[in-house]
Ligand binder design. Structure first.
Ligand SMILES: [Zn+2]
Ligand SMILES: [Zn+2]
Length: 279
């Protein structure tokens, strides 16, 4: 019997759901945020998500794009918003135009190019920040910040009508706090983690770890633009968040192999924060 490919992990108030097979398929969904990272081959549960934050154009991350857009069109769902590295917008538009011609109806989606340094507003609370990763093609990691607002205690106890009046008068009556909630890296060498304090501070960091033993060593893994487990063992203690979720494991390694490496080789303080995602 084939093993199930969908995995689920509940961590820091978020559910992570999806498929994480290095070089085969990557699709990660977070229902609490209504966000999906990469499309993979578009597994059925991806269809209801109206927004995608894509890391890069390799087939294991984006091959399902046409199917995703086409199926949503047939289901009369709103055209999805798809954030991709700015460099690949134009070729993707050409591909979608060609598929529209083949299918005989317009494929409707909004392809939005993203570049490092921008801030993408997702909702009142959520902002997505694209960061440049170190891979073989233009690619982005996505940091999700959550900003919450609460009434400044100085105004507590006022009647609601007075609070409404102050707000309408433009008075700053709320306190804001912003937390880097989640980062999903896509494919990258470990440099992303080493370069960005923001990545190291995210509550949940979903980072790739493609190689888990010496069949493909550190140098060769890096040559392909990926991260080796030895690099996590060396640098992982710099992570300041709650959960380091390792994904994109090559099919050369079973989940059981990976869990054994975490147990036997990761430093004690880090081990408790590390999760292996992907069946
Ligand atoms: Zn990949
Ligand atoms: Zn890739």
């Amino acid at each position: 019997m084939p093993r199930p490919r969908e995995d689920e992990l509940q961590i820091a108030g978020l559910r992570l759901q999806g498929i994480a097979e290095g070089g085969v398929e990557t699709n990660l969904r977070v229902p609490e945020l209504k966000l999906m990272f990469d499309i993979g081959m578009c597994p059925p549960r991806a269809l209801k998500y109206g927004r995608v934050l894509a890391s890069h154009g390799h087939a294991d991350h984006l091959a399902g794009l046409h199917y995703y857009v086409s199926q949503r069109g047939m289901m009369k769902l709103p055209p999805p918003i798809i954030h991709v590295p700015a460099e690949i917008v134009e070729p993707l538009e050409r591909i979608m135009a060609a598929w529209s011609e083949i299918e005989g109806f317009p494929l409707k989606c909004e392809l939005r190019g993203a570049s490092p340094g921008e801030r993408v507003r997702i909702s009142n609370e959520l902002t997505a920040i694209p960061l440049r990763t170190h891979h073989r093609v233009p690619s982005l990691a996505w940091v999700i910040e959550r900003t919450t607002r609460r009434l400044d205690p100085r105004y507590e106890g006022l009647p609601p009508s007075e609070i409404k009046r102050l707000r309408e008068a433009g008075e700053a009556i709320s306190l804001e706090s912003t937390v880097p909630l989640l980062c999903v890296t896509g494919d990258t060498k470990i440099e992303l983690f080493l370069e960005h304090e923001l990545v190291r501070r995210c509550k949940v960091l979903v980072h790739e770890c493609t190689s888990w033993d010496d069949q493909r060593g550190v140098a060769s893994t890096r040559e392909w633009g990926h991260t080796h487990v030895d690099e996590w063992i060396e640098h992982g203690e710099r992570f300041e968040g709650e959960a380091l979720v390792l994904v994109h494991r090559s099919l050369r390694h079973t989940r059981r192999d990976a869990l054994r490496v975490v147990r036997d080789r990761f430093p004690a303080g880090l081990r408790e924060k590390v999760f292996v995602f992907g069946t």
